[in-house]
Design a protein around this ligand. Structure first.
Ligand SMILES: Nc1nc2c(ncn2[C@@H]2O[C@H](COP(=O)(O)OP(=O)(O)O)[C@@H](O)[C@H]2O)c(=O)[nH]1
Ligand SMILES: [Mg+2]
Length: 457
């Protein structure tokens, strides 16, 4: 079995740094450590002691480093783990790893340390994913979401839901086993009530996905409007950089340009799109197709109009695209004489807040940032689940399967089917939930999750 191997990898970022940590895990971790590293004194478990790394083949002295041993099972992987905290040279670290490999260690695969931690019951799958999210967090709310999940908040919620579903199944089994006898068994009505409560809980968790994903990956806003209203100028203004080409020629932006801005604790991805109008050449038409896709995928819409000109048919078409969407409308070019006023946009059916701005002078940028921050805060506000939100499609899909099974269970009770049938559906629901924490999981799922990790994690 592969976990009988002892694996080695650099645990710190590659390159030059103050310290490079080399980690070994597996049955021969201590033996290999002792072959290449000679402590000045015998340390206790988990105690860092100083020693010398010597290549046993050439006798070359490679480094003076701190070393530490974590005996199983109280280690990150649940196996014997050894670490060398060496000086942070890229060549040096590679050289020491090569010596470890020549003494029987194998280079770890991406995420293999975490995978072993999971297989040995040190962390569950939701926690392993939380580690990946924590490392890739780019803002405070993403970090807080990851740490909540790492603390087991999601795992506890899933365990609680499963326990309730399994309790319902036990009630049903009582119906199966004792149906001939005169004992108190819950009525069908009570069983349906229990299933309904479980459905309600799963739906709330399922629906937290949009919020969780937004917190993790940032909110995406599509800037739309007809050509030349100032969309690219707005992108540049918000980024404080000349990211998109701005010209007086309509149809300059032909592809979707995406970049990120920080708004308080949030990250906003801004998508500058090709202007929406009839006609244009082949490239511009393809660009507009991408604009529509960006708009469909965006969490919110920033629709722009040129306040120095009257609204025309193309503007009305843009206004229609805002229907039913969360967003903000900007009346740009406030530095020029004003022709189109907010009232005209209201008449065109715009229901979202309207702000005046000059993408050229920067006037109105402050209020726009405030309004966007407020909108994102609203979008990311917890509903029903407290701070808990799922942020992975894998979790959402598992909740989908659990819901389908719970609804089937409900139907079968109402249709007075044999309780055995309902019990099968309840088991399926519980198993679907178990896939989130990994209590029930296939190799393929594990491969997909741990592939995301870097080597040494
Ligand atoms: N006076 C004025 N001109 C602007 C403003 N914003 C953009 N423009 C000009 O309008 C033209 C089109 O701008 P651009 O950002 O490329 O528009 P896009 O086609 O919507 O991306 C350029 O000549 C800009 O300099 C503004 O607030 N005031
Ligand atoms: Mg443009």
């Amino acid at each position: 079995m592969y976990s009988s191997d002892t694996i080695v990898a650099l645990a710190t970022a590659p390159g030059v740094g103050a310290v490079a940590i080399i980690r070994l895990s597996g049955p021969r971790a201590f033996e290999i450590l002792r072959a290449i590293w000679h402590p000045r004194r015998e340390g206790k478990p988990r105690e860092l002691v100083i020693g010398d790394v010597i290549d046993p083949v050439t006798g070359a002295h490679l480094d003076r480093t701190m070393g530490v041993m974590f005996p199983k099972p109280r280690s990150f992987t649940g196996e014997d783990v050894a670490e060398l905290h060496c000086h942070g040279g890229a060549y040096l670290a590679r050289r020491i790893i090569t010596v470890a490999i020549s003494h029987g260690a194998r280079m770890a695969e991406p995420g293999e340390f975490s995978r072993r931690a999971f297989l040995n019951g040190r962390i569950d799958l939701a926690e392993a994913e939380a580690i990946a999210d924590l490392v890739s967090a780019t803002n405070e709310s993403a970090l807080q979401q990851a740490i909540a999940q790492l603390s087991g908040l999601l795992s506890e919620k899933i365990a609680d839901l499963r326990a309730k579903i399994i309790a319902t199944r036990s009630h049903l089994e009582a119906m199966i086993d004792f149906s001939e006898e005169d004992i108190a068994i819950p009525s069908r009505h009570a069983i349906v009530e229990q299933i309904d409560r479980a459905i309600g809980d799963v739906v709330v968790l399922h629906d937290s996905f949009v919020r969780g994903r937004m917190i993790r990956d940032g909110v995406r806003a599509a800037i739309i409007g007809k050509p030349n209203v100032g969309k690219s100028s707005l992108l540049n203004l918000m980024l404080g950089a000349d990211r998109a080409i701005v010209t007086a020629i309509p149809g300059t932006t032909r592809d979707v340009i995406e970049d990120r801005v920080q708004l308080g604790p949030y990250v906003l991805s801004l998508l500058d799109t090709a202007g929406i109008r009839d006609g244009g050449d082949e490239v511009e038409r393809l660009g507009m197709e991408r604009s529509r896709r960006a708009l469909a995928e965006a969490d919110l819409v920033i629709a722009m109009f040129d306040s120095s000109r009257p609204l025309d048919a193309a503007d009305i078409a843009v206004a229609r695209l805002c229907a039913g969407r969360i967003g903000i409308v900007l009346l740009n070019k406030s530095d020029l004489p004003q022709v189109t006023l907010p009232a005209a946009l209201r008449e065109a059916g715009i229901a979202v807040p309207i702000l005046a701005i000059s993408a050229r002078s920067g006037d109105g940028l402050g209020p726009l940032r405030d309004e966007l921050t407020r909108t994102i805060a609203e979008l990311s506000k917890p509903v029903g689940t407290g701070d808990l939100a799922i942020s992975r499609e894998r979790h959402r899909d598992a909740l989908d399967r659990a819901l389908t099974a719970l609804r089937a269970a409900r139907e079968s009770v109402l249709a007075r089917m044999p309780p055995e049938i309902t019990a099968v559906d309840l088991t399926a629901a519980s198993d679907a939930l178990a896939q989130i924490t990994g209590a029930v999981t296939g190799e393929d799922v594990l491969d997909a999750i741990f592939r995301e990790f870097c080597i040494g994690k």
